[in-house]
Ligand binder design. Structure first.
Ligand code: GDP
Ligand code: IMO
Ligand code: MG
Length: 424
């Protein structure tokens, strides 16, 4: 049996897309288990370069079944666009399935997210993709799910009872409202498009587990944006943690037997929220680039420039406490190749005292980052395939991270392509 979960160990954009593509090669089933098209998962391989938002990054393995999972909120319009783009690059989509229990992210969810962000009230810098309103609809039990698309009568009754409530929220912002006929028309279109892909994901996963199939769960975002444990309210509306893979799939937590954390060799964040190791200087401006290269530091979803800073060990320790990593993949080491010296935040101090545990948002805003300086390696690591071939100071940087976090770094990312990985 082999059930692996891959999750982000920081604030998202760690390189999960590339890592999922890399580990999907021998998998039978790859499942995106939370989030929606707020994700931007970059993959560069023999088919081209892709920024995937909803389709699992295992799609490039034509033998794998790829599941848009139960824990997701899915905008069908975006899913269709993404499928068209992938198909145009010659990637077969036969294995792509959608959980009948996945929630449908409706046009009004997206409107409400944008309207709230634009109103300036309680602005948190979301991706404006409708994620918060869609998960709010799930918790309020007023959403529809993919399995509902087959039943027109159910859908009409449902919209007749909930649409007024949704429209009243849109009216608050003086925005366009929706009629039952209009949303029924959308649903008809989506059913025609997706009916052959909608499956009972619970049954599919249980069967795969029973038959010892190799399953890979793909997380979205990272621990610091977890709705329960992250920097609330500057978070997403789902749980980007390994345990949630089991929750949404409906499998025992103990059936997960490998948990891989993906970390970037420095820190980044898009959107608002505390960022104790953030740096504003020309070294990080150079690292960010202009957006012209695939691996420049601009959001893969929104194109926003990412906020950047030094590697934050308290974040990685926290990520490990929550997820229980077997190993880490450290991406983008090559982006540090030119630096004379690097800093690592080894601890947080609050009111003069070292903190043992990740504080809550208000205190995280006040902490002082305690740094250790290490020498750079000043040589190219691009494309190196073996850990032992990395420059000594790069190895020292990685060893120090392992000591400080207490998790082995078994893979190091040294370029954006699938195989730009130095393995131990
Ligand atoms: P995700 O959301 O975690 O999948 O990450 P994103 O795709 O949003 O952002 C990661 C960025 O880093 C993308 O531009 C990738 O192409 C790039 N990337 C991933 N791993 C590496 C690496 O090891 N080296 C370099 N140079 N780029 C990488
Ligand atoms: P991947 O999967 C980085 C951030 C937004 C904002 C907060 C809430 O590519 O790592 P939301 O739209 O989810 O309501 O926004 O979360 N955010 C991401 N940041 N990578 C992502 O996804 C993100 N998805 C959401 O910037 O701070
Ligand atoms: Mg991303």
């Amino acid at each position: 049996m082999s059930t692996t979960v891959i999750v982000g160990a920081q604030c998202g954009d760690e390189g999960k897309g590339k890592v999922v593509d890399y580990f999907s090669k021998d998998k039978d089933l790859v499942i995106r288990f939370q989030g929606g098209d707020n994700a931007g998962h970059t993959v560069a391989n023999e088919f081209g370069t892709f920024k995937l938002h909803l389709v699992p990054c295992g799609i490039f393995n034509s033998k794998a079944t790829c599941l848009v999972g139960t824990g997701m909120v899915v905008n069908p319009i975006e899913l269709k666009n993404e499928m068209d783009q992938i198909a145009a690059a010659g990637v077969p989509l036969d294995g792509l399935k959608i959980s009948s229990r996945a929630h449908i992210l409706m046009p009004y969810h997206r409107d409400l997210d944008s309207l709230k962000e634009q109103s300036g009230k309680a602005h948190i810098g979301t991706t404006k993709r409708g994620i918060g309103p869609a998960y709010a609809g799930k918790a309020s039990r007023i959403n529809i799910r993919f399995g509902d698309l087959a039943d027109k009568e159910y859908l009409r009754n449902h919209f007749e009872s909930v649409l007024e409530q949704i429209n009243s929220q849109l009216e608050y912002y003086n925005s366009k409202t929706y009629t039952v006929d209009e949303v029924m028309e959308y649903c008809k279109e989506w059913y025609d498009l997706f009916k052959d892909r909608i499956v009972d994901a619970f049954a599919l996963i249980q069967t795969a587990l029973k038959n010892n199939k190799k399953i890979l769960f793909e997380g979205q975002l990272g621990i610091m944006k977890d709705i329960d444990l992250g920097t609330y309210p500057y978070v997403t509306s789902s749980n980007p943690v390994a345990a949630y893979a089991a929750v949404s799939a409906g499998i025992p937590a103990r059936s997960i037997d490998r948990i891989i954390g993906v970390a970037k060799a420095f820190s980044s964040q898009v959107g608002d929220g505390p960022f104790p190791t953030e740096v504003f200087d020309e070294r990080f401006d150079t690292l960010r680039g202009t957006g012209a290269n695939i691996d420049d530091e601009f959001g893969a979803r929104t194109g926003r420039p990412r906020r950047l800073g030094w590697l934050d060990i308290p974040v990685l320790r926290f990520a490990n406490m929550v997820n229980g990593f077997d190993e880490l993949v450290l991406c983008k080491l090559d982006k540090l190749d030119e630096l004379d010296e690097l800093e690592i935040c080894v601890d947080y101090k609050l009111n003069g005292k070292i903190l043992e545990i990740m504080p809550e948002t208000k205190d995280l805003d006040k902490v002082e980052a305690v740094y250790e300086k290490v020498p750079g390696w000043k040589s190219s690591t691009k494309g190196i395939k073996k850990f032992e071939d990395l420059p000594q100071n790069a190895k020292n940087y990685i060893k120090r991270i392992e000591e400080l976090v207490g998790v082995p770094v078994n893979f190091v990312g040294v370029g954006p392509e699938r195989d730009d990985i130095a393995a131990r």
